[in-house]
Design a protein around this ligand. Structure first.
Ligand code: ARG
Length: 755
């Protein structure tokens, strides 16, 4: 694949055809050096300064990384600022967790949607943060020359850590900024990212799931798509404009830049640019890495996730409250489960193993033709291959131990929260000195209070009957897939006693445990006793499951320092082998851009997929019997009346469209922009035929699925009546071209009629 695109660029250079870049998640600071000329050729109309500038407001100031927690790391999604009052667009599936948190039987915002009709109705979201990049810097030269080439493992990390912590401190300007330094190209380069992190981000609007998640898990990862996958938030700041924790005094953010919206219809081959925070790719994964994933890594995950989803679904379909409680967890696991299945299929369909193998053979030949290369890179592939083989053996046990044991039923995870209390109580018991005993009691009391305070959040989304069935199913998987010598003693006894009836085992554990209902936990914490805790079956199991997980990970040959060094040298080597190729680093939750065009595709022989879908397609998919395909009545009415306001085009309403931009998880919610940096849509998915895209880009098949901005505004304005939000936006429409000058006509007096 890489080779293919290399050849492709070469052909373009010699033939002078318009460049059609698509692969690549590029770093903003290299825009001018690596990409700008290509982008201009493809139609970009902005200057580099208008896109990325540290001193003046530029496009990058409107791009937001969303994370759970106050640090600019692990962005789960992207968002974009779209008004000068901090309004932010992202996906519905990105807002889903927070929409769920605000929902209950009486306010089911997942089912009914949510629209704040005034500022004071906007809902704060504890923990949610919005990070905006202030500047970034290549700091490789401050790090690599100071680290010896032979330094590896912990010593290498420690030496690097020492340098980077000094740099971070200086760049934070006394805490004004939040600074992250990350390694790129497998440790060959380092970059520093300086952010402002806003922690008061409020929910403003969300369509009902029958629009925002239309098509559900059936349509997920697929085209043709008809999902209005957007939700709206607002960033607030302290009155002086600085980031601040939630407070009533806070005011809507005044951004340095917000994205204008463009209402011209999308056209095939239009320039398309996406900015955002892709989470992770492994574009340099080797053939042995692919084998490991397909044979040892994905199958156990697919099995455990599939089982859990089955149990959850059964309970969710029977009880509306359970459905709300588990909606967010269900969506997350269902998304990952389908992704792993699709990746397995994509790897096979696209024959990625052989593609990588051919590239590795070429790399090895390049190495073997030179003595210095042999000395440096000679055994790199061998080390990587061996490590993939080594870890293949024990990996499935590790996955089952972690996902069906300690990570199986929620009860087991929760019981683990009581181990600190157990430790404090043991210490109290052993202490003979009276005054010291008092101190120890204080510690116990504090821990008890902490656990009491945590009860509401533990039980808010908990349903015991559901969890009991999850326990039964997970324990059965555990027993069947993990060697007998790693089974917890208690489990062995229970399996014997109940003759492998896992439902009966679950009933026993949930009945006897002190952690399965709010009332029982409260009663236990009112009179905490070490003896009770030590007899609690969930507590015993959590400890034993943890021990077997540790054993499974100790048994596994994970490949240590040697592997890290080999990975670094592999990437260094393949870059040296192709000195004229432009390289982009793997995604790692840092700001990137991708450019390409609006494009259709041929998913298989004789089948063509167009690049837009319409509201008529939503209506065609309607199925009142199927929860995933219900269409709200109001939407049907608007469709029947063709009441699309200024958002329709020739009597049609576009819903989604496709581009060939290179994105991955974390890019969800990213702005999709035209050549002028105006918003045309919000990226929300990838397509089924190219699910292996994190491992290799497939130019002919890989597409980004975008919800068209016309549909977003139509839903806000016509469906939800939230015109006040549309009024906040800056909306551009290219004026129609002036009418052609009148042509002077010769006056013909007589018309000859031919009979
Ligand atoms: N596939 C999308 C992504 O990973 C998420 C779509 C969520 N929708 C769903 N039905 N689970 O970004």
């Amino acid at each position: 694949m890489k080779k293919l695109s290399y050849l492709f660029i070469f052909v373009i250079l010699i033939s002078g055809i318009k460049v059609k870049a698509d692969e690549g998640m590029w770093l903003p600071i290299f825009l001018e050096r690596l990409n700008y000329t290509d982008m201009q050729k493809m139609g970009l109309q902005l200057t580099p300064e208008e896109i990325y500038s540290v001193n003046n407001g530029s496009l990058k100031d409107a791009i937001v990384g969303l994370s759970n927690g106050p640090t600019p790391q692990g962005f789960f999604c992207t968002g974009e600022i779209v008004s000068n009052e901090g309004l932010l667009f992202t996906n519905h599936h990105c807002g889903f967790g927070n929409i769920q948190k605000h929902s209950d039987i009486d306010h089911d915002y997942l089912a009914d949607g949510f629209w704040a009709m005034s500022r004071d109705e906007e809902l704060p979201n504890e923990g949610l943060s919005a990070s905006i990049l202030y500047r970034m810097e290549d700091v490789t030269d401050s790090i690599i020359p100071n680290i010896s080439d032979t330094l590896a493992g912990k010593d290498r990390s420690a030496a690097i850590g020492e340098i980077t912590s000094r740099m971070k401190k200086a760049a934070s300007e006394d805490g004004k900024y939040n600074v992250v330094i990350k390694s790129f190209f497998s440790g060959n380069e380092y970059y520093m990212f300086v952010y402002e992190v806003y922690t008061d981000v409020r929910l403003v609007g969300a369509p009902p799931s029958s629009i925002g998640k239309f098509g559900g898990d059936t349509d997920n990862w697929m085209w043709p798509r008809h999902t209005g996958d957007f939700s709206i938030f607002r960033v607030y700041t302290a009155p002086d404009g600085s980031p601040a924790e939630y407070s009533e005094e806070n005011v809507p953010m005044k951004p340095k830049h917000h994205l204008p919206i463009n209402l011209d219809p999308v056209k095939l081959n239009d320039f398309s640019m996406i900015w955002g925070f892709p989470g992770g790719t492994e574009r340099n994964l080797t053939s042995s890495g692919i084998e490991f994933k397909v044979n040892s890594y994905y199958p156990p995950i697919i099995e455990v996730f599939g089982k859990k989803l089955e149990v959850w679904k059964e309970h969710m379909s029977q009880d509306k409250e359970v459905k709300i409680k588990y909606a967010s967890n269900y969506a997350g696991i269902a998304n990952g489960w389908k992704l792993f299945i699709g990746q397995t299929k994509g790897i096979k369909d696209l024959d990625l193993y052989n593609e990588k193998k051919a590239f590795e053979d070429e790399f090895q030949a390049w190495i073997d033709s030179d003595e210095d290369r042999k000395a440096k890179y000679g055994n790199v592939l061998e080390i990587i291959d061996q490590s993939n083989k080594d870890k293949s053996d024990g990996y499935s046990v590790l996955i089952f131990a972690s996902l069906s044991g300690i990570g199986g039923a929620e009860l087991i995870g929760y019981a683990g929260d009581f181990s600190a209390l157990a430790t404090f109580m043991e210490k109290y018991k052993e202490e003979k000195d009276k005054s010291k005993k008092e101190k120890k009691q204080e510690k116990i009391d504090k821990e008890v209070q902490k656990l009491k305070d945590g009860i509401p959040s533990q039980f808010k989304n908990y349903d015991m009957a559901t969890d009991e069935d999850v326990f039964a199913a997970m324990t059965e998987l555990y027993v069947k897939n993990i060697p007998a010598d790693m089974h917890p003693e208690l489990l062995v006894d229970l399996v014997k006693k109940y003759k492998s009836d896992y439902k009966a085992i679950a009933a026993y554990v949930f009945d006897k445990s002190n952690f399965s209902t709010e009332a029982k936990v409260m009663a236990f914490l009112d009179k905490p006793s070490l003896k009770t805790l030590e007899k609690d079956p969930a507590y015993i199991l959590t400890n034993e499951f943890r021990s077997s997980l540790m054993a499974a990970s100790a048994n596994l040959k994970q490949g240590g320092d040697e592997l890290k060094t080999a990975n670094r040298l592999y990437v260094e080597g393949i870059r040296k082998m192709q000195p004229d190729k432009k390289f982009y680093p793997d995604a790692n939750s840092t700001l990137r851009f991708s450019y390409g065009e609006i494009l259709d595709y041929y998913p298989k022989d004789a089948v063509h997929f167009d690049y837009v879908t319409h509201l008529s397609g939503v209506i065609a998919k309607e199925d009142p019997e199927n929860d995933e395909f219900i269409v709200p009545e109001k939407l049907v009415e608007l469709y029947n009346a063709k009441d699309y306001g200024p958002y329709g085009q020739d009597g049609k309403m576009i819903v989604c469209y496709l581009s060939n931009n290179d994105i991955t998880g974390g890019n969800s919610g990213s702005p999709v922009m035209n050549a002028k940096g105006e918003l045309k849509g919000i990226a929300f998915d990838g397509n089924w035929e190219a699910m292996s895209s994190d491992i290799a880009f497939a130019p002919k098949l890989q597409r980004t699925i975008v919800v068209d901005i016309h549909y977003v505004l139509f839903i806000m304005d016509k469906f939800a009546g939230a015109k006040h939000l549309v009024d906040e936006l800056t909306i551009n429409v290219t004026p129609p071209p002036p009418p052609p000058p009148p042509v002077k006509m010769e006056i013909v007096d007589e018309v000859e009629v031919v009979e």
